[in-house]
Design a protein around this ligand. Sequence first.
Ligand code: ATP
Ligand code: MG
Length: 453
Amino acid sequence: MPSEMIHVDHKLPEQIGTLLMKLSEHGYEAYVVGGAVRDILIGKTPEDYDVATSAMPEEVISVFGEKHCHPTGIAHGTVTVVVEGVPVEVTTFRVDGDYMDSRHPEHVSFTRSLEEDIKRRDFTINALALSAEGTVIDYCGGVKDLRSRLLRTVGDPEERFAEDALRILRGLRFSSEHGFRIEKETARAMLDRKESLSDLSVERIWKEFSKLICGTYCASVMRRFFDIFTVFLPEITPMKGFEQHNPHHIYDVWEHTLAAMTYVPQTLILRAAVLFHDIGKPQCFEIGEDGIGHFRGHPKVSAAMADEILRRLKADNETRETVVLLVKAHDVPLDPVMKSVRRRLAQYGEERVRLLLEVKRADISAHSAKSAYRLSELSRFESLLDQAIRDQLCFSYSSMDINGKDLIDLGIPSGVRLGSIKKQLLNEIIEGTLKNDKTALLQRAQALWENCQ
Ligand code: ATP
Ligand code: MG
Protein backbone atom coordinates (compact mmCIF):
# COMPACT_ATOMS: atom_id res chain seq x y z
CA MET A 1 0.00 0.00 0.00
CA PRO A 2 1.17 3.54 -0.68
CA SER A 3 2.41 5.31 2.44
CA GLU A 4 0.23 8.28 1.71
CA MET A 5 -2.64 9.24 -0.59
CA ILE A 6 -3.49 12.90 -0.76
CA HIS A 7 -5.81 14.79 -2.99
CA VAL A 8 -4.77 17.81 -5.06
CA ASP A 9 -7.00 20.40 -6.57
CA HIS A 10 -5.25 20.69 -9.86
CA LYS A 11 -6.95 20.68 -13.18
CA LEU A 12 -4.99 18.55 -15.61
CA PRO A 13 -4.95 19.76 -19.23
CA GLU A 14 -8.02 18.46 -21.01
CA GLN A 15 -6.12 16.13 -23.36
CA ILE A 16 -4.31 14.48 -20.44
CA GLY A 17 -7.59 13.98 -18.58
CA THR A 18 -9.18 12.51 -21.72
CA LEU A 19 -6.23 10.18 -22.23
CA LEU A 20 -6.27 8.87 -18.64
CA MET A 21 -10.04 8.36 -18.73
CA LYS A 22 -9.92 6.49 -22.01
CA LEU A 23 -7.31 4.03 -20.75
CA SER A 24 -9.28 3.57 -17.57
CA GLU A 25 -12.52 2.91 -19.52
CA HIS A 26 -10.68 0.07 -21.24
CA GLY A 27 -9.78 -1.41 -17.86
CA TYR A 28 -6.19 -0.16 -17.57
CA GLU A 29 -4.59 1.90 -14.85
CA ALA A 30 -3.10 5.20 -16.00
CA TYR A 31 -1.45 8.06 -14.13
CA VAL A 32 0.54 11.21 -14.66
CA VAL A 33 3.96 10.40 -13.21
CA GLY A 34 7.36 11.86 -12.41
CA GLY A 35 8.34 15.50 -12.75
CA ALA A 36 4.86 16.78 -13.59
CA VAL A 37 3.44 15.53 -10.26
CA ARG A 38 6.40 17.05 -8.40
CA ASP A 39 5.86 20.38 -10.15
CA ILE A 40 2.10 20.42 -9.46
CA LEU A 41 2.73 19.80 -5.75
CA ILE A 42 5.19 22.68 -5.51
CA GLY A 43 2.82 24.97 -7.36
CA LYS A 44 4.71 25.11 -10.64
CA THR A 45 2.98 24.50 -13.98
CA PRO A 46 4.56 21.41 -15.56
CA GLU A 47 6.22 21.83 -18.93
CA ASP A 48 5.16 18.40 -20.03
CA TYR A 49 3.16 15.51 -18.69
CA ASP A 50 4.40 11.92 -18.78
CA VAL A 51 1.80 9.21 -18.48
CA ALA A 52 2.45 5.68 -17.16
CA THR A 53 -0.03 2.87 -17.68
CA SER A 54 -0.59 -0.80 -16.97
CA ALA A 55 -1.52 -1.25 -20.67
CA MET A 56 1.15 -2.91 -22.82
CA PRO A 57 2.36 -0.80 -25.79
CA GLU A 58 0.23 -2.73 -28.28
CA GLU A 59 -2.78 -2.31 -25.98
CA VAL A 60 -2.20 1.45 -25.90
CA ILE A 61 -2.12 1.44 -29.70
CA SER A 62 -5.32 -0.55 -29.89
CA VAL A 63 -7.12 1.82 -27.46
CA PHE A 64 -6.19 4.99 -29.42
CA GLY A 65 -5.85 3.56 -32.92
CA GLU A 66 -2.71 3.34 -35.02
CA LYS A 67 -3.50 6.64 -36.70
CA HIS A 68 -3.01 8.53 -33.45
CA CYS A 69 0.00 6.61 -32.14
CA HIS A 70 3.70 6.85 -32.89
CA PRO A 71 5.92 4.08 -31.52
CA THR A 72 8.62 6.63 -30.52
CA GLY A 73 10.34 4.50 -27.89
CA ILE A 74 8.55 1.21 -28.24
CA ALA A 75 11.54 -0.84 -27.00
CA HIS A 76 11.24 1.04 -23.69
CA GLY A 77 7.46 0.86 -23.74
CA THR A 78 6.81 4.42 -24.90
CA VAL A 79 4.10 5.25 -27.40
CA THR A 80 3.41 8.88 -28.31
CA VAL A 81 -0.34 9.32 -28.47
CA VAL A 82 -1.70 12.40 -30.21
CA VAL A 83 -4.81 13.57 -28.37
CA GLU A 84 -6.69 16.52 -29.85
CA GLY A 85 -3.53 17.49 -31.72
CA VAL A 86 -1.26 17.31 -28.64
CA PRO A 87 1.42 14.59 -28.43
CA VAL A 88 1.64 12.82 -25.05
CA GLU A 89 4.19 10.16 -24.12
CA VAL A 90 2.52 7.09 -22.67
CA THR A 91 4.85 4.50 -21.15
CA THR A 92 3.98 1.04 -19.92
CA PHE A 93 4.84 0.36 -16.24
CA ARG A 94 8.44 -0.90 -16.27
CA VAL A 95 11.05 -2.53 -14.15
CA ASP A 96 14.64 -1.99 -15.16
CA GLY A 97 16.94 -4.98 -15.46
CA ASP A 98 20.50 -4.98 -14.15
CA TYR A 99 22.59 -1.97 -15.00
CA MET A 100 25.90 -2.13 -16.83
CA ASP A 101 28.70 0.44 -16.59
CA SER A 102 26.75 3.04 -14.53
CA ARG A 103 24.48 4.00 -17.38
CA HIS A 104 22.23 1.60 -19.24
CA PRO A 105 19.91 -1.06 -17.90
CA GLU A 106 20.68 -4.37 -19.60
CA HIS A 107 17.04 -4.78 -20.52
CA VAL A 108 13.69 -3.46 -19.37
CA SER A 109 10.64 -5.52 -18.71
CA PHE A 110 7.03 -4.47 -18.45
CA THR A 111 4.84 -4.96 -15.41
CA ARG A 112 1.20 -4.39 -14.49
CA SER A 113 2.27 -2.95 -11.13
CA LEU A 114 2.42 0.80 -10.57
CA GLU A 115 4.39 0.22 -7.38
CA GLU A 116 7.22 -1.52 -9.26
CA ASP A 117 7.34 1.24 -11.83
CA ILE A 118 7.46 3.91 -9.14
CA LYS A 119 10.25 2.20 -7.21
CA ARG A 120 12.65 2.24 -10.17
CA ARG A 121 12.56 6.06 -10.21
CA ASP A 122 15.50 8.15 -9.02
CA PHE A 123 14.34 10.43 -6.21
CA THR A 124 11.37 10.23 -3.89
CA ILE A 125 10.09 13.58 -5.12
CA ASN A 126 9.99 12.13 -8.65
CA ALA A 127 8.44 8.86 -7.51
CA LEU A 128 4.86 10.08 -7.41
CA ALA A 129 1.79 9.30 -9.48
CA LEU A 130 -1.37 11.35 -9.97
CA SER A 131 -4.72 9.90 -11.04
CA ALA A 132 -7.31 11.61 -13.25
CA GLU A 133 -9.38 12.22 -10.10
CA GLY A 134 -6.53 14.15 -8.45
CA THR A 135 -5.26 11.48 -6.04
CA VAL A 136 -1.50 11.49 -5.48
CA ILE A 137 -0.09 8.00 -4.95
CA ASP A 138 3.10 7.96 -2.95
CA TYR A 139 5.00 4.72 -2.20
CA CYS A 140 8.31 6.29 -1.21
CA GLY A 141 7.55 9.24 1.05
CA GLY A 142 7.96 11.79 -1.74
CA VAL A 143 5.12 14.04 -0.55
CA LYS A 144 6.70 14.44 2.89
CA ASP A 145 10.12 15.05 1.32
CA LEU A 146 8.65 17.65 -1.00
CA ARG A 147 7.02 19.39 1.94
CA SER A 148 10.35 19.55 3.75
CA ARG A 149 12.15 20.27 0.48
CA LEU A 150 14.42 17.28 0.85
CA LEU A 151 16.08 15.40 -2.00
CA ARG A 152 16.55 11.71 -1.30
CA THR A 153 17.06 8.68 -3.52
CA VAL A 154 14.47 5.94 -3.69
CA GLY A 155 16.26 3.21 -1.76
CA ASP A 156 19.99 2.95 -1.13
CA PRO A 157 21.81 5.95 -2.68
CA GLU A 158 25.05 4.05 -3.36
CA GLU A 159 23.14 1.41 -5.31
CA ARG A 160 20.97 3.88 -7.17
CA PHE A 161 23.94 5.98 -8.27
CA ALA A 162 25.89 2.84 -9.17
CA GLU A 163 23.04 1.88 -11.52
CA ASP A 164 23.04 5.22 -13.27
CA ALA A 165 25.60 7.93 -12.52
CA LEU A 166 23.51 10.56 -14.27
CA ARG A 167 21.27 10.54 -11.21
CA ILE A 168 24.07 12.33 -9.32
CA LEU A 169 23.86 15.26 -11.70
CA ARG A 170 20.07 15.11 -11.90
CA GLY A 171 19.92 15.37 -8.11
CA LEU A 172 22.24 18.37 -8.06
CA ARG A 173 20.20 19.90 -10.86
CA PHE A 174 16.94 19.58 -8.89
CA SER A 175 18.64 21.09 -5.86
CA SER A 176 19.95 23.97 -7.97
CA GLU A 177 16.55 24.60 -9.58
CA HIS A 178 14.35 24.27 -6.52
CA GLY A 179 16.64 24.78 -3.54
CA PHE A 180 16.06 21.26 -2.16
CA ARG A 181 18.38 20.25 0.65
CA ILE A 182 20.12 16.98 -0.11
CA GLU A 183 19.68 14.23 2.45
CA LYS A 184 22.95 13.29 4.19
CA GLU A 185 23.44 9.77 2.84
CA THR A 186 22.37 10.84 -0.65
CA ALA A 187 24.90 13.71 -0.57
CA ARG A 188 27.64 11.43 0.68
CA ALA A 189 27.00 8.85 -2.02
CA MET A 190 27.01 11.60 -4.67
CA LEU A 191 30.49 12.67 -3.58
CA ASP A 192 31.74 9.10 -3.12
CA ARG A 193 30.66 8.04 -6.56
CA LYS A 194 31.66 11.21 -8.42
CA GLU A 195 34.30 9.46 -10.57
CA SER A 196 31.59 7.34 -12.20
CA LEU A 197 30.44 10.49 -14.03
CA SER A 198 33.30 9.77 -16.44
CA ASP A 199 31.34 6.73 -17.67
CA LEU A 200 28.56 8.94 -18.99
CA SER A 201 28.31 10.37 -22.48
CA VAL A 202 29.18 14.07 -22.61
CA GLU A 203 25.81 14.79 -24.21
CA ARG A 204 23.96 13.54 -21.11
CA ILE A 205 26.32 15.47 -18.83
CA TRP A 206 25.93 18.71 -20.76
CA LYS A 207 22.13 18.40 -20.90
CA GLU A 208 21.86 18.19 -17.10
CA PHE A 209 24.71 20.59 -16.37
CA SER A 210 23.20 23.29 -18.61
CA LYS A 211 19.98 23.11 -16.61
CA LEU A 212 21.91 23.02 -13.35
CA ILE A 213 23.82 26.26 -13.99
CA CYS A 214 20.56 28.03 -14.82
CA GLY A 215 19.09 27.17 -11.42
CA THR A 216 18.30 29.83 -8.81
CA TYR A 217 20.44 28.03 -6.22
CA CYS A 218 23.33 27.04 -8.48
CA ALA A 219 25.99 28.93 -6.50
CA SER A 220 25.38 27.01 -3.29
CA VAL A 221 25.23 23.66 -5.13
CA MET A 222 28.43 24.38 -7.04
CA ARG A 223 30.18 25.51 -3.88
CA ARG A 224 29.22 22.51 -1.81
CA PHE A 225 29.69 19.88 -4.50
CA PHE A 226 32.70 21.49 -6.17
CA ASP A 227 34.64 18.21 -6.27
CA ILE A 228 31.94 16.55 -8.34
CA PHE A 229 32.14 19.25 -11.01
CA THR A 230 35.91 18.92 -11.28
CA VAL A 231 35.41 15.40 -12.68
CA PHE A 232 34.16 16.73 -16.00
CA LEU A 233 35.49 20.30 -15.61
CA PRO A 234 39.01 19.81 -14.24
CA GLU A 235 39.85 23.36 -15.38
CA ILE A 236 37.93 24.86 -12.45
CA THR A 237 40.21 23.18 -9.88
CA PRO A 238 42.78 26.03 -9.58
CA MET A 239 40.04 28.67 -9.25
CA LYS A 240 39.06 27.57 -5.77
CA GLY A 241 41.00 29.48 -3.13
CA PHE A 242 42.96 31.47 -5.72
CA GLU A 243 43.51 34.82 -4.01
CA GLN A 244 43.50 37.87 -6.27
CA HIS A 245 45.64 40.29 -4.22
CA ASN A 246 43.65 43.20 -5.51
CA PRO A 247 41.71 45.83 -3.50
CA HIS A 248 38.79 45.63 -5.94
CA HIS A 249 38.31 41.95 -5.24
CA ILE A 250 36.92 40.72 -1.97
CA TYR A 251 36.66 37.11 -3.12
CA ASP A 252 38.98 34.45 -4.49
CA VAL A 253 38.48 33.58 -8.17
CA TRP A 254 35.97 30.79 -7.51
CA GLU A 255 33.89 32.69 -4.95
CA HIS A 256 33.87 35.73 -7.24
CA THR A 257 32.62 33.51 -10.08
CA LEU A 258 29.85 32.02 -7.94
CA ALA A 259 28.77 35.45 -6.73
CA ALA A 260 28.72 36.76 -10.31
CA MET A 261 26.57 33.80 -11.37
CA THR A 262 23.89 34.78 -8.90
CA TYR A 263 23.78 38.28 -10.39
CA VAL A 264 23.32 37.28 -14.02
CA PRO A 265 19.94 36.29 -15.58
CA GLN A 266 19.23 32.55 -15.64
CA THR A 267 19.87 31.76 -19.29
CA LEU A 268 22.37 29.19 -20.49
CA ILE A 269 24.54 31.58 -22.51
CA LEU A 270 24.84 34.14 -19.73
CA ARG A 271 25.37 31.60 -16.96
CA ALA A 272 28.02 29.72 -18.95
CA ALA A 273 29.78 32.96 -19.93
CA VAL A 274 29.98 34.03 -16.29
CA LEU A 275 31.07 30.57 -15.15
CA PHE A 276 34.02 30.68 -17.57
CA HIS A 277 34.84 34.41 -17.65
CA ASP A 278 37.78 34.16 -15.25
CA ILE A 279 38.68 30.48 -15.65
CA GLY A 280 42.04 31.44 -17.18
CA LYS A 281 42.96 33.80 -14.33
CA PRO A 282 45.12 31.39 -12.31
CA GLN A 283 47.46 30.88 -15.26
CA CYS A 284 47.76 34.63 -15.95
CA PHE A 285 48.56 35.73 -12.40
CA GLU A 286 51.44 38.12 -11.69
CA ILE A 287 52.19 40.35 -8.72
CA GLY A 288 53.11 43.85 -9.92
CA GLU A 289 55.77 46.10 -8.37
CA ASP A 290 52.91 47.80 -6.54
CA GLY A 291 52.23 44.50 -4.78
CA ILE A 292 48.87 44.21 -6.56
CA GLY A 293 47.76 41.10 -8.41
CA HIS A 294 47.33 41.37 -12.19
CA PHE A 295 45.88 38.89 -14.65
CA ARG A 296 46.98 40.32 -17.99
CA GLY A 297 45.43 38.64 -20.99
CA HIS A 298 43.08 36.51 -18.91
CA PRO A 299 39.96 37.18 -21.05
CA LYS A 300 41.70 35.69 -24.07
CA VAL A 301 43.02 32.70 -22.13
CA SER A 302 39.61 32.14 -20.50
CA ALA A 303 37.91 32.35 -23.92
CA ALA A 304 40.23 29.71 -25.37
CA MET A 305 39.54 27.46 -22.39
CA ALA A 306 35.77 28.00 -22.65
CA ASP A 307 35.98 27.11 -26.33
CA GLU A 308 37.81 23.88 -25.59
CA ILE A 309 35.46 22.92 -22.75
CA LEU A 310 32.30 23.62 -24.74
CA ARG A 311 33.62 21.65 -27.71
CA ARG A 312 34.48 18.76 -25.42
CA LEU A 313 31.00 18.81 -23.86
CA LYS A 314 29.46 19.07 -27.34
CA ALA A 315 27.53 22.26 -26.68
CA ASP A 316 25.81 23.52 -29.83
CA ASN A 317 27.82 25.94 -31.99
CA GLU A 318 25.63 28.98 -31.42
CA THR A 319 25.92 28.63 -27.63
CA ARG A 320 29.66 27.99 -27.79
CA GLU A 321 30.43 30.88 -30.11
CA THR A 322 28.39 33.40 -28.14
CA VAL A 323 29.79 32.27 -24.79
CA VAL A 324 33.36 32.43 -26.11
CA LEU A 325 32.80 35.93 -27.49
CA LEU A 326 31.34 37.17 -24.21
CA VAL A 327 34.21 35.70 -22.19
CA LYS A 328 36.75 37.28 -24.51
CA ALA A 329 35.00 40.66 -24.40
CA HIS A 330 34.13 40.76 -20.71
CA ASP A 331 36.80 43.33 -19.90
CA VAL A 332 36.37 45.68 -22.88
CA PRO A 333 35.29 49.13 -21.75
CA LEU A 334 31.70 50.17 -22.44
CA ASP A 335 32.09 53.94 -22.20
CA PRO A 336 28.83 55.79 -21.70
CA VAL A 337 29.21 58.01 -24.78
CA MET A 338 27.31 57.61 -28.03
CA LYS A 339 30.41 57.12 -30.15
CA SER A 340 31.42 54.14 -28.05
CA VAL A 341 27.88 52.74 -28.17
CA ARG A 342 27.92 52.94 -31.96
CA ARG A 343 31.34 51.32 -32.15
CA ARG A 344 30.30 48.41 -29.96
CA LEU A 345 27.10 47.98 -31.94
CA ALA A 346 29.13 47.83 -35.14
CA GLN A 347 31.54 45.38 -33.54
CA TYR A 348 29.11 42.96 -31.87
CA GLY A 349 25.53 43.71 -32.98
CA GLU A 350 22.70 44.71 -30.63
CA GLU A 351 21.90 41.30 -29.16
CA ARG A 352 25.47 40.55 -28.11
CA VAL A 353 26.07 44.06 -26.74
CA ARG A 354 23.06 43.55 -24.49
CA LEU A 355 24.41 40.17 -23.35
CA LEU A 356 27.81 41.74 -22.72
CA LEU A 357 26.17 44.39 -20.56
CA GLU A 358 24.65 41.64 -18.41
CA VAL A 359 27.96 39.79 -18.06
CA LYS A 360 29.80 42.98 -17.09
CA ARG A 361 27.07 43.99 -14.66
CA ALA A 362 27.30 40.61 -12.91
CA ASP A 363 31.09 40.67 -12.91
CA ILE A 364 31.26 44.17 -11.41
CA SER A 365 28.51 43.44 -8.88
CA ALA A 366 30.69 40.61 -7.55
CA HIS A 367 33.66 42.95 -6.99
CA SER A 368 34.03 45.08 -3.90
CA ALA A 369 31.44 47.73 -3.07
CA LYS A 370 33.86 50.36 -4.39
CA SER A 371 32.88 49.39 -7.90
CA ALA A 372 29.39 50.94 -7.68
CA TYR A 373 30.31 53.84 -9.99
CA ARG A 374 31.13 51.34 -12.73
CA LEU A 375 27.60 49.97 -12.49
CA SER A 376 26.16 53.42 -13.00
CA GLU A 377 28.35 53.80 -16.09
CA LEU A 378 26.88 50.61 -17.47
CA SER A 379 23.35 51.93 -16.88
CA ARG A 380 24.22 55.10 -18.76
CA PHE A 381 25.68 53.01 -21.58
CA GLU A 382 22.44 51.02 -21.69
CA SER A 383 20.28 54.17 -21.91
CA LEU A 384 22.38 55.39 -24.82
CA LEU A 385 22.08 51.98 -26.42
CA ASP A 386 18.29 52.14 -26.13
CA GLN A 387 18.39 55.59 -27.67
CA ALA A 388 20.62 54.44 -30.55
CA ILE A 389 18.21 51.61 -31.32
CA ARG A 390 15.15 53.88 -31.01
CA ASP A 391 16.72 56.44 -33.36
CA GLN A 392 17.68 53.62 -35.73
CA LEU A 393 21.26 54.83 -35.81
CA CYS A 394 23.39 53.26 -38.49
CA PHE A 395 26.02 50.78 -37.37
CA SER A 396 26.01 48.16 -40.12
CA TYR A 397 26.24 48.02 -43.92
CA SER A 398 22.63 47.01 -44.20
CA SER A 399 21.41 50.18 -42.49
CA MET A 400 23.55 52.55 -44.61
CA ASP A 401 21.58 54.88 -46.84
CA ILE A 402 23.40 53.63 -49.94
CA ASN A 403 24.25 50.19 -51.25
CA GLY A 404 26.90 48.62 -53.48
CA LYS A 405 24.93 49.40 -56.60
CA ASP A 406 24.86 53.15 -55.83
CA LEU A 407 28.66 53.06 -55.64
CA ILE A 408 28.96 51.12 -58.91
CA ASP A 409 26.70 53.75 -60.52
CA LEU A 410 29.26 56.35 -59.46
CA GLY A 411 31.76 54.50 -61.63
CA ILE A 412 33.56 52.59 -58.87
CA PRO A 413 34.27 49.07 -60.16
CA SER A 414 33.09 46.29 -57.86
CA GLY A 415 35.98 44.66 -56.03
CA VAL A 416 38.44 45.36 -53.23
CA ARG A 417 38.43 49.15 -53.65
CA LEU A 418 34.65 49.36 -53.52
CA GLY A 419 34.73 47.24 -50.37
CA SER A 420 37.23 49.51 -48.67
CA ILE A 421 35.31 52.67 -49.64
CA LYS A 422 32.15 51.19 -48.14
CA LYS A 423 34.04 50.29 -45.00
CA GLN A 424 35.49 53.79 -44.73
CA LEU A 425 32.02 55.34 -45.12
CA LEU A 426 30.60 53.14 -42.38
CA ASN A 427 33.51 54.00 -40.09
CA GLU A 428 32.95 57.69 -40.57
CA ILE A 429 29.22 57.31 -39.85
CA ILE A 430 30.03 55.40 -36.66
CA GLU A 431 32.62 58.00 -35.63
CA GLY A 432 30.01 60.69 -36.18
CA THR A 433 31.95 62.63 -38.86
CA LEU A 434 29.61 61.68 -41.71
CA LYS A 435 25.81 61.77 -41.89
CA ASN A 436 23.98 58.62 -42.95
CA ASP A 437 22.29 60.46 -45.78
CA LYS A 438 22.38 59.41 -49.42
CA THR A 439 23.60 62.72 -50.87
CA ALA A 440 26.32 63.11 -48.23
CA LEU A 441 27.42 59.51 -48.66
CA LEU A 442 27.61 59.74 -52.46
CA GLN A 443 29.63 62.94 -52.25
CA ARG A 444 32.06 61.42 -49.78
CA ALA A 445 32.33 58.21 -51.83
CA GLN A 446 33.15 60.24 -54.92
CA ALA A 447 35.91 62.08 -53.03
CA LEU A 448 37.38 58.84 -51.66
CA TRP A 449 37.29 57.26 -55.12
CA GLU A 450 39.07 60.25 -56.69
CA ASN A 451 41.66 60.08 -53.95
CA CYS A 452 42.58 56.51 -54.66
CA GLN A 453 43.12 56.99 -58.40
P1 ATP B 1 12.03 17.91 -15.76
O1 ATP B 1 11.04 18.73 -15.02
O2 ATP B 1 13.28 18.62 -15.97
O3 ATP B 1 11.50 17.27 -17.01
P2 ATP B 1 11.82 15.27 -14.73
O4 ATP B 1 11.97 14.72 -13.35
O5 ATP B 1 10.45 15.23 -15.31
O6 ATP B 1 12.39 16.73 -14.74
P3 ATP B 1 12.53 13.63 -16.95
O7 ATP B 1 13.85 13.39 -17.57
O8 ATP B 1 11.44 14.24 -17.75
O9 ATP B 1 12.81 14.53 -15.66
O10 ATP B 1 12.09 12.24 -16.36
C1 ATP B 1 10.75 11.93 -15.98
C2 ATP B 1 10.74 10.99 -14.78
O11 ATP B 1 11.40 9.77 -15.11
C3 ATP B 1 11.48 11.53 -13.56
O12 ATP B 1 10.68 12.37 -12.77
C4 ATP B 1 11.84 10.23 -12.84
O13 ATP B 1 10.72 9.71 -12.16
C5 ATP B 1 12.16 9.29 -13.99
N1 ATP B 1 13.59 9.33 -14.37
C6 ATP B 1 14.16 10.12 -15.29
N2 ATP B 1 15.48 9.88 -15.39
C7 ATP B 1 15.75 8.90 -14.49
C8 ATP B 1 16.93 8.19 -14.14
N3 ATP B 1 18.09 8.47 -14.69
N4 ATP B 1 16.81 7.21 -13.20
C9 ATP B 1 15.61 6.93 -12.64
N5 ATP B 1 14.49 7.58 -12.94
C10 ATP B 1 14.53 8.54 -13.86
MG1 MG C 1 9.94 15.80 -17.40
